[in-house]
Ligand binder design. Sequence first.
Ligand code: PLP
Length: 427
Amino acid sequence: MDFQNTREFAQQLDAKDKLAKYRDEFIFPHVNGKQVIYFTGNSLGLQPKRTKAYVDEVMDDWAKLAVEGHFYADKPWWDYQERFAAPLSKIVGALPSEVTVMNTLTVNLHLLMVSFYRPIKKRYKIICEEKAFPSDQYMIQTQVKFHGFDPADAIVEIKRRKGEHNIRLEDVLATIDQVGDELALVLIGGVNYYTGQVFDMKTITKAGQAAGAYVGWDLAHAAGNIALELHDWNVDFAAWCSYKYMNSGPGNASGCFVHEMHHNDLDLPRFAGWWGHNKERRFLMEPQFNPVRGADGWQVSNLPILSLAPYLASVEMFDEVGMPALIQKRDQITSYLEFILHEIDHEVHGNFEILTPTEPAERACQLSVFLHGEGRALFDYLMKAGVIVDWREPNVIRLAPVPFYCSYEDMYEFGQVLKAGILSHKK
Ligand SMILES: Cc1ncc(COP(=O)(O)O)c(C=O)c1O
């Protein structure tokens, strides 16, 4: 499509947008009395208006039923997570039995590594991406040390080539090949948090497993953002947070995937708790752990219902809209944002560099832009003008035009604010 950098054109795109009505389903903050342009849904998604009713329901049930709410609430608490199985499995391309919700993301990756990182003398190495999200780096380092290995030797990072911002698939595959039979685990962020690069999970999973390793994914920036086929790709395990694209609220619960092929393997070690125990026999208080044959068998504690309520509101919303419609708008609005950035760059004689891949298959809902020559003052200007962006050193802004609630007019308006901000600093 030929885009235009005009308000009228952006408004025409909004008028044709089938998801436009969902914008009104979210609560936007205001700056100086004006609704913000929100680009940080890759960090914390906006609050859906319907969420409060889900939380209120739990508060009311707790008030009216107290402990009886576990069994007699409209949505009983004891198996509340089962309500996620159908909608969440569609979002991540899994069987309903392959997903569960529990804890938070890093905690879940640690728990899953208990099962899927079991290094032995010969096979102990982990491949991850260079500059992975810090929590993943700390997690991997401490897991390696916990097993008595040296992180400097056991962790193999896939590097970016000199002068390139993104990791090449061929380099991932070559690294897997080199590490060969020393490889115990491949664990990568499915969408890189800094650049927005989307990895070819199917190909990497196949290659890692062919080398005899398990393959897991941190899907913090992928769940609710990209098309996932975790079951068909034969992924061993994955986990994601729900507070980014899934709009479930700050620090909220994580989702987990464990492939069906592992459900009946009772030799897989795991750190167990009573909520992973056979549901029908859980309250018999038996001494011997007998896990649920499914991802639910990795649950540890009883469920944080007040956290799960907003997450349930979110997955039901995703189910209503469907990932294909979100992905279709995501691609168009991201391309429009890219066009606007090029236009403004040209108009202000700037020197913007988009770090995110240009190939649609390698990117999703995020453009990371290196604003060469601009300082933090520009970020402050944008924030004061009601454009909520994320700033990373040295001077990269990350922009996520979330299809659920961002409009095409937001993209146009952002361009105008960006231009005014840069020109005002050049004076
Ligand atoms: C890629 C990635 N991994 C892990 C985390 C850590 O998540 P949590 O604090 O929920 O454990 C984040 C948080 O933003 C993230 O972006």
